[in-house]
Ligand binder design. Sequence first.
Ligand SMILES: C[S@@+](CC[C@H](N)C(=O)[O-])C[C@H]1O[C@@H](n2cnc3c(N)ncnc32)[C@H](O)[C@@H]1O
Length: 177
Amino acid sequence: MSEQPPAHIARLIPRLELTGTERILELGAAPGVAVAEIGPILSGDGHVTALDRSAVGARRIRERNQALVDAGRVSVVEQDLTTLAPEPPSRFDLIFASNVNVFWTHPRKANVDALAALLAPGGRLRLFYGYGPGDGAGSGRDTGSLVAATLRAAAGLADVTIDGAGPTLQVSARKRD
Ligand SMILES: C[S@@+](CC[C@H](N)C(=O)[O-])C[C@H]1O[C@@H](n2cnc3c(N)ncnc32)[C@H](O)[C@@H]1O
């Protein structure tokens, strides 16, 4: 971690409520800034899989986090989340994304059933939107309600909540036990 993260990333890190031992999947993780913030916290089995569909994005994640990749704490995957397969084992304690719009723009493509299948029982899904005050997020649309409806349509998820207070919108769900 050699530079200050953008404010929207700095805001979401505490909202992940990490102990450091979680197995984490970040969707749309380029350029790897959140990964760089989480990396030093990791201990025990703690690991981040950083996924992005952009080849340039995946390269930037890797370059920014090379030491964590070399240490086996971070894996970088170049893939579109809409093509993720719901393959066992259900290994992630936390799946999160910041400003990945497919969950409200194309709910049926968002592949939430597969994401739920990849979560361990009781695992958490957290989706964040917005860059800060005045970024226009939410103007003319209710992003939180749209994202929540996408998550509620997934059989494997429960306890869908929307936290729209403050500059970052957070939509959360939990994998059914
Ligand atoms: C707007 S940027 C946000 C980047 C970062 N998460 C943040 O909040 O600053 C969206 C990122 O998600 C990636 N992305 C968008 N849709 C995706 C998808 N369907 N599968 C994987 N990555 C996706 C893009 O390539 C891009 O890197």
